[in-house]
Design a protein around this ligand. Structure first.
Ligand SMILES: [Fe+2]
Length: 152
């Protein structure tokens, strides 16, 4: 990859934030897989687990893209919390509709961030990362739709 060091630095910053946000949302989704209650327990328990798996796979893709630039991929909770723009809500066990609404809001947050990030990466001529994040944008839109469908 023939990118300048300045461009690579900016690309890694974007990818590290995306990795952190994705991992945080994966954990928030797993937390709800564990703690969900109510009449839709079974379907939500399964849906949250499935989405956790998809998000962990998405995070893995981002981490390995960072490694393709021969840079270290962050992989600790401390670094994820520092790099993420998503927020955690510890010691909070809401009812199922509130859980779903919180996850939808987080997917929407990531979608908004990705729209900007894709432009930035395209401007840096990193079409590979821009293309990867475009695919992930569609996955977040699909996951948000599946979550929203449980509220209707
Ligand atoms: Fe489980």
């Amino acid at each position: 990859m023939a990118y300048s060091e300045t461009a690579i630095h900016q690309v890694i910053e974007v990818l590290s934030k995306t990795l952190a946000n994705t991992y945080l949302l994966a954990l928030k989704t797993k937390n709800f897989h564990w703690n969900v209650k109510g009449p839709n327990f079974h379907s939500l328990h399964l849906l949250f687990d499935e989405q956790n798996g998809a998000l962990v796979a998405t995070a893995d893709e981002v981490a390995e893209r960072i490694r393709a630039f021969n840079k270290p991929a962050i992989g600790t909770m401390t670094e994820f919390l520092k790099a993420a723009t998503l927020k955690e809500s510890p010691a909070n066990y809401p009812d199922a509709p509130t859980m779903i609404a919180a996850l939808v809001a987080d997917h929407e947050h990531i979608i908004e961030a990705l729209l900007v990030d894709i432009e930035v990466l395209t401007g840096l001529s990193d079409v590979g990362s821009a293309d990867m994040l475009t695919g992930q944008l569609q996955e977040h839109e699909k996951m948000a739709w599946m979550l929203r469908s449980h509220l209707q």
